[in-house]
Design a protein around this ligand. Structure first.
Ligand code: PLP
Length: 398
């Protein structure tokens, strides 16, 4: 196994940093190490590099660089949008979101509730879709902000963000979308979308972890989440992470140039993987397949299997996949996304997510299609139901 190429099918958890990105960021750590806010000439180049990166990120989402605020991660961007909008409208103490958001939003909303806010979590149907009538009905006079993700990280299901933004606009309510999983996979034009805030994270886009972006529309009431120096036009304090910002800029450029590849070749690989699994493995069901979705993601449930056991056996074959979001893997809790979709527990516990990227090849898919069917079969042979003995240790299968 050690000589085998790693088959990495978990690009929604994170991506490998592109060599071009590493190359772009290295000089920021060696030559251009000055504090971009300083007055001397050592600061000029890092300051210039930041503005260049800001323009590249702005281009990726169809905006002006003045609307780009660099943050420390996608989580911070999501928190900052909710915090910024609620602080700026203290009289409004209601927030609308969905039941399937990233934990960055779910947990922040839980904190808002502790502070006396009311939060409406819109439900989803079995395909993972929300009903826009529910959204219409949920918005109130005292709604401070609506926060709804664009693409779900676990299932790849896309929400109709343009329509959602229009509904929010017609009610005069601020709208934030978590577009972390969308960037580089679907074209983004914030002007067409009409959103007020949009979150991005660089590490889902072939740049390093620890750098995010919050798009803030001009004129929108917003208060900074992290306060300190006047960096980021006073919208986010803290000395800039120059190398990571430059990395994000380069990755944004690459993402634009690879959009076609994601939507043709990567989509075809995903479809081949999916169809291959359905053909080879009885009792495999796609979660969230009836809705528009990302070109790179599939989430498939296997009856009578524990996902964690399947992942361990796949790992032994040098294959990386996931049982949902990396943030909840390792916890025994079933996915909150699949639970909200009313996927029966017997299937959600045996659900695997495969998320591809532009580095994947036909051989990667072929290897998965060779290795996965016997793994599922083996696990089903030793599943408690098969043994007729509840609680038989699954370890027997490894
Ligand atoms: C990964 C992810 C985040 C969090 O981004 P980090 O940079 O890891 O904090 C937020 N939302 C979605 C949909 C994600 O997939």
């Amino acid at each position: 196994m050690s000589e085998q190429r790693l088959v990495y099918l978990d690009n929604n958890a994170t991506t490998r940093v592109a060599p071009e990105v590493v190359e772009a960021m290295l000089p920021c750590l060696t030559e251009h190490w000055g504090n971009p806010s300083s007055a001397y000439s050592l600061a000029a180049e890092p300051a210039r590099l930041i503005e260049e990166a800001r323009e590249h990120v702005a281009r990726l989402i169809g905006t002006n660089s003045r609307n780009i605020v660099f943050t420390s991660c996608g989580t911070e961007s999501n928190n900052a949008a909710l915090q910024g909008a609620t602080l700026a409208n203290p009289a409004k103490q209601h927030v609308v979101t969905t039941a399937v958001e990233h934990s960055a939003n779910i947990k922040f909303c839980r904190q808002l509730e502790k502070r006396g806010y009311e939060v409406t979590h819109l439900p989803v149907d079995l395909d993972g879709a929300i009903d826009l009538c529910d959204l219409q009905a949920a918005i109130r006079q005292d709604t401070a902000i609506v926060s709804i993700m664009w693409a779900n990280n676990e299932t790849g299901v896309l929400f109709p963000i343009e329509e959602i933004a229009a509904i929010c606009r017609s009610h005069g309510v601020l709208f934030h979308t978590d577009a972390v999983q969308v960037a580089g996979k679907v074209p983004i034009d914030v002007r067409e979308l009409g959103v007020d805030f949009l979150s991005l994270s660089a590490h889902k886009l072939r740049a390093p972890k620890g750098i995010g972006v919050l798009y803030v529309k001009t004129g929108v009431p917003f208060q900074p989440y992290i306060v300190g120096g006047g960096q980021e036009r006073g919208q986010r304090g803290g000395t800039e992470n120059v190398a990571n910002i430059v990395a994000f800029g380069r990755a944004a450029e690459l993402a634009l140039s690879h959009l076609d590849d994601e939507n043709t070749r990567v989509r075809a690989l995903r479809d081949k993987l999916e169809n291959g699994i359905f053909k080879a493995i009885k009792g495999s069901v796609r979660n969230g397949g009836g809705e528009p979705r990302l070109p790179n993601t599939t989430n498939i449930g296997f009856d009578g299997v524990e996902a964690e056991a399947a992942l361990l056996l796949l790992d032994r074959e040098g294959i990386c996949a996931s049982s949902g979001s990396a943030c909840t893997t390792g916890s025994i809790e079933p996915s909150h996304v699949l639970a909200a979709m009313n996927v029966p527990l017997s299937r959600s516990k045996g659900s695997l997510r495969f998320s591809l990227g532009i580095e994947n090849t036909e051989e990667d898919v072929d290897r998965l299609l060779e290795k996965l069917p016997p793994i599922i079969e083996r696990l089903r042979d030793v599943s408690p139901e098969a043994l007729g003995q509840a609680g038989e240790p699954l370890a027997a299968a490894y």
